[in-house]
Ligand binder design. Structure first.
Ligand SMILES: CC(C)(COP(=O)(O)OP(=O)(O)OC[C@H]1O[C@@H](n2cnc3c(N)ncnc32)[C@H](O)[C@@H]1OP(=O)(O)O)[C@@H](O)C(=O)NCCC(=O)NCCS
Length: 151
């Protein structure tokens, strides 16, 4: 497994995976804006040089915001999501961040399980934050408090 920064040339394939893995995917422009903004954006690549997944993280002073994490459907359930999330936690370590924050759909139990197992806690709910098939869906705001770990 290798990890490297997402480049503009990768975005067509990234968007394909994003669309295959999410009911409400990010657009190409969402990814372009993240690259322009200088967010951390990484690919996970396997030995066959296939994109297994990716993540996008924004650093705001001492907070890390996990904006996107996605594993291509064909590679899900094999530990790659946890691997990528651990890389984000390592980044937080490197940056001496005090907290990692993320939002997840209330219906996304798989991702919530991963976050809970990795040490995130639910800290609040943003009512109707996401569009949904029928109306809106709540976001669960989750945090990993690192203020005691790295200092
Ligand atoms: C959520 C996601 C990133 C997890 O990545 P993954 O590679 O499939 O997950 P892993 O194989 O690393 O499994 C990690 C943990 O996730 C949970 N998980 C994985 N597959 C699951 C499933 N089918 N049902 C319930 N929980 C599941 C488990 O807690 C698992 O830990 P365990 O195997 O020790 O029980 C991936 O499924 C994905 O990209 N989903 C679509 C995009 C998405 O929802 N992103 C998150 C937005 S907040």
């Amino acid at each position: 497994m290798q990890q490297r920064d997402i480049r503009v040339n990768d975005l067509a394939e990234v968007v394909k995976i994003e669309q295959a893995a999410n009911r409400f995917p990010w657009s190409l422009k969402n990814f372009e804006d993240c690259l322009l903004a200088g967010h951390h954006a990484w690919l996970l690549i396997n030995e066959q040089n296939e994109i297994v997944g990716y993540t996008v993280v924004q650093v705001i002073v001492d907070e890390l915001h996990l904006l996107n994490i996605c594993i291509s459907p064909q590679f899900q359930g094999k530990g790659y999501g946890r691997h990528l999330l651990n890389k984000v936690i390592e980044l937080a370590d490197d940056q001496s961040a005090s907290v990692i924050l993320l939002e997840v759909r209330r219906s996304n139990h798989r991702a919530q399980q991963l976050y809970l197992q990795s040490g995130f806690n639910e800290i609040s709910v943003r009512k109707g934050y996401y569009p949904a098939e029928k109306g809106r869906e709540d976001a669960i705001l989750m945090a990993m408090d690192l203020s005691f770990s790295f200092q």
